[in-house]
Write a protein that binds this ligand. Structure first.
Ligand code: SAH
Ligand code: TMP
Length: 408
């Protein structure tokens, strides 16, 4: 268990939600490795000084990010387009200086975003500890170093490549237990007028959609503008803008700069007011969220048990890391969900973490006659609905749990 899980303030965390023992979200395993499966105690706490909702413990990062990392960013065409748009916005911004700007991306995975910079000949560096995906990035022309980001690595980059104009991170800041190390590394790396632009699943969406499946080993922090502002204020940096995103079921893009370098946009003040109105600074909000999560579990188990009694064929769609939390927290196994289809080759033929539901290819789902498909990849619903007309026209129905359990 990680001992370096950062508490962003000196005050203790108050546990609000306990999921019991959980396997790794991306810990898809073969039959021969069942006996080695790793479990840890997963719970979520709130710190009312930093206003951070976060995991209380996290497994060691090396257990999650290695040469067999199961998540390949480019499996989603929608996300490829999203990162191409992200790139366009950076290029059109005023944040790239001089004739040789330098862009760094944390957690670049297979190069889904940085390949756009590489194609335009912009000097860049990806930091990606999972070697299998880092190799793909390098292969695609993205200069990538396979290491965990830290203050030490930041100083090395500074020495070898100089200061950074734009420091990017998508769906990774929330993964890093030593978040203060990251923030200090960023502080020393970026130019006086440089910026950090990062996006992560947004706490406001998680609470309002009861999307508790965003909680798993890799997601340590559930950020809000309130907690991001507090976090960066510790190194004299300002949250200067916040832009909501549709991705991953509702995300927020944060723009951060050295204190006083840029004016703070009205959007930040408005978002912070909205967050206070929603109670994201109050522990009671998360106690209520925990009640909603328990209700969601009861409703889901009731629905799946009813369908089982009716002899319906129910399968899962998308072996997401999020599905691991749902299946293990709700105690759902192959008696209720026969298999999960997924387009990622490394997951196919394996078993789901903890509940050991078989992961099969997408082709198997296409050929099969299925009554209900649980949309575990609900964050990609637009992309999936666009290609699954046949499933519906053959009488198939979707099950979702966000914002409430229902058949769609
Ligand atoms: N940015 C991509 C990938 C997100 S998954 C996207 O949005 O699709 C998170 C990625 O961060 C993984 O590829 C993981 O290996 C990487 N990662 C985890 N811890 C890291 C760390 N300390 N420093 C840099 N990258 C890290
Ligand atoms: P994510 O929610 O963490 O992005 O993971 C999505 C998973 O769903 C990933 O394993 C790929 C899979 N997937 C499909 O199987 N079919 C699809 O159409 C899409 C978009 C994703």
């Amino acid at each position: 268990m990680s001992s370096n899980l950062c508490r962003v303030s000196g005050k203790p965390l108050v546990t609000v939600l306990d999921f019991g023992m959980q396997p790794l979200g991306n810990g898809f395993l073969s039959r021969s490795s069942l006996s080695e499966e790793y479990f840890y105690s997963m719970s979520v706490g709130f710190n009312n000084e930093s206003m951070m909702l976060q995991l209380v413990h996290q497994p060691d990062p090396e257990k999650m990010f290695h040469d067999q990392y199961a998540f390949y960013s480019s499996t989603s065409n929608y996300m490829s387009r999203h990162f191409a748009d992200f790139f366009d916005q950076v290029i059109k911004s005023d944040y790239l200086f001089g004739d040789d700007p330098f862009v760094v991306e944390l957690g670049c995975n297979d190069g889904i975003m940085l390949k756009n910079f590489s194609k335009k000949g912009i000097r860049h560096l990806g930091i990606e500890p999972s070697i299998n995906v880092a190799k793909i990035a390098n292969y695609n022309g993205v200069r990538t170093v396979s290491e965990f980001f830290s203050e030490k690595l930041a100083r090395k980059i500074l020495e070898e490549d100089g200061m950074v104009d734009v420091f990017l991170a998508a769906n990774v800041m929330c993964h890093i237990p030593d978040i203060m190390g990251v923030v200090k590394g960023i502080k020393c790396l970026i130019k006086p007028k440089g910026v950090v632009i990062f996006e992560d699943p947004y706490l406001g969406d998680i609470v309002s959609k009861v999307s508790y499946d965003q909680i798993y080993d890799e997601h340590v922090f559930f950020f809000s503008a309130l907690s991001v502002r507090n976090l960066f204020s510790l190194v004299d940096m300002d949250l200067i803008d916040a832009i909501p995103q549709q991705t991953h079921g509702g995300s927020m893009r944060y723009v951060i700069a050295h204190k006083g370098a840029y004016p703070i946009s009205d959007a930040v003040e408005k978002l912070i007011d909205d967050e206070k109105a929603m109670g994201l600074d109050q522990i009671e909000t998360f106690v209520k969220f925990a009640d909603n999560v328990k209700k969601s579990k009861e409703d889901l188990v009731e629905l799946l048990t009813k369908l089982k009694r009716e002899n319906k064929k129910v399968v899962g769609y998308g072996a997401t890391s999020k599905s691991t939390t749902i299946l293990n927290y709700c105690d759902i196994d192959a008696r209720l969900i026969q298999y999960i289809c997924d387009t990622t080759p490394i997951k196919q033929g394996k078993l789901s973490p903890g509940k050991h539901i078989p992961i099969v290819s997408y082709e198997k789902f296409k050929e099969d006659s299925v009554d209900y498909a649980f949309l575990f990849a609900w964050n990609h619903s637009q992309e999936i609905m666009n290609k699954e007309h046949d499933f519906i026209s053959h009488g198939g129905k979707w099950i979702t749990h966000v914002p409430g359990v229902r058949v769609v």
